[in-house]
Design a protein around this ligand. Structure first.
Ligand SMILES: NC(=O)c1ccc[n+]([C@@H]2O[C@H](COP(=O)([O-])OP(=O)(O)OC[C@H]3O[C@@H](n4cnc5c(N)ncnc54)[C@H](O)[C@@H]3O)[C@@H](O)[C@H]2O)c1
Length: 248
């Protein structure tokens, strides 16, 4: 019960890494808002997870929708201890000069603008309480980028810098900000990174991960649990590779 009495919001919580984080938080006693643009998937997960889980439909790239999520969280929980900015999207592998403007805007808005919008909705509350933990799900793509995913990689590099600067600015207010840098994980998003889901393409991705397997939602749940719990009360501004050695 490492998160007993804590309240958390996990964006993109209905699938993949977000779902792994939601499940770890619930297991350790938190009340969790599963906030996802896929409302029915969030509702299904909340229903199977029990009374401590609540579903919220949100588009994290939209200010009004993020504010609605914040209002719902404050009215249900009274306060928010943990915010996980996990929702993210990519463009398909494409030469950088050929990515459509629509895809570029979608990546920027969902992966980057969302961090700004949730900061506006939750940081004043956390500062006022003098406590809070924010976790951004960035990527090894922001540290050791692959070709043809340029604008996605850049959005994660931005997230890493945002994490470090948020951490240094908010530390005196008692708010910690960290990030996870996952390596390729076998979630629904993996196919979009690979372009085509073939055994050859999987083998190519796997060959770059020294530990020899894809990352899992459970890996992210375990790391998120530590960084968002009081066990990490001296840890801020850390962008932790969960990558089986990929970035060495
Ligand atoms: N899977 C990987 O290989 C990998 C590697 C490194 C980093 N990441 C990052 O991990 C995070 C989670 O990815 P995943 O692999 O679990 O993907 P996923 O597609 O399984 O889950 C993403 C979730 O985000 C939700 N979502 C998408 N757009 C949204 C929006 N505008 N508002 C609210 N919710 C939205 C989706 O409905 C989905 O439930 C992303 O930020 C991704 O960039 C993934």
């Amino acid at each position: 019960m490492r998160l007993s009495g804590k309240t958390a919001i996990v964006t993109g919580g209905a699938s993949g890494f977000g779902k792994g984080i939601v499940e770890a938080f619930l297991r350790e006693g938190a009340h969790v808002m599963i906030a996802d643009i896929n409302g029915p998937a969030a509702a299904d997960l909340a229903q199977s997870a029990g009374d401590a889980a609540h579903a919220q439909t949100v588009d994290v790239s939209n200010r009004a929708s993020v504010q609605e999520m914040a209002d719902a969280a404050f009215s249900r929980f009274c306060h928010v201890d943990i915010l996980v900015n996990n929702a993210g999207v990519t463009h398909l592998p494409t030469p950088l000069d050929q990515v459509s403007e629509d895809d570029f805007d979608r990546v920027v808005n969902v992966n980057m603008k969302s961090v700004y919008l949730t900061a506006q909705a939750f940081v004043p509350h956390m500062k006022h309480r003098g406590t809070g933990a924010i976790l951004n799900v960035a990527s090894t793509a922001g540290v050791s980028p692959r070709p043809n995913l340029n604008w996605y990689n850049a959005s994660k590099g931005w997230m890493i810098t945002a994490t470090r600067t948020m951490a240094v600015e908010l530390a005196p207010s008692g708010v910690r900000v960290n990030a996870l840098n996952p390596v390729a994980g076998d979630t629904p998003l993996l196919k979009s990174f690979m372009g085509e889901d073939t055994p050859e393409m999987r083998a190519k991705f796997l060959s770059t991960i020294p530990i020899g397997r894809f990352s899992t939602p459970e890996d992210m749940g375990n790391a998120a649990l530590y960084l968002c719990s009081d066990e990490a009360s001296m840890v801020t501004g850390v962008c932790m590779e969960i990558d089986g050695g990929r970035c060495i």
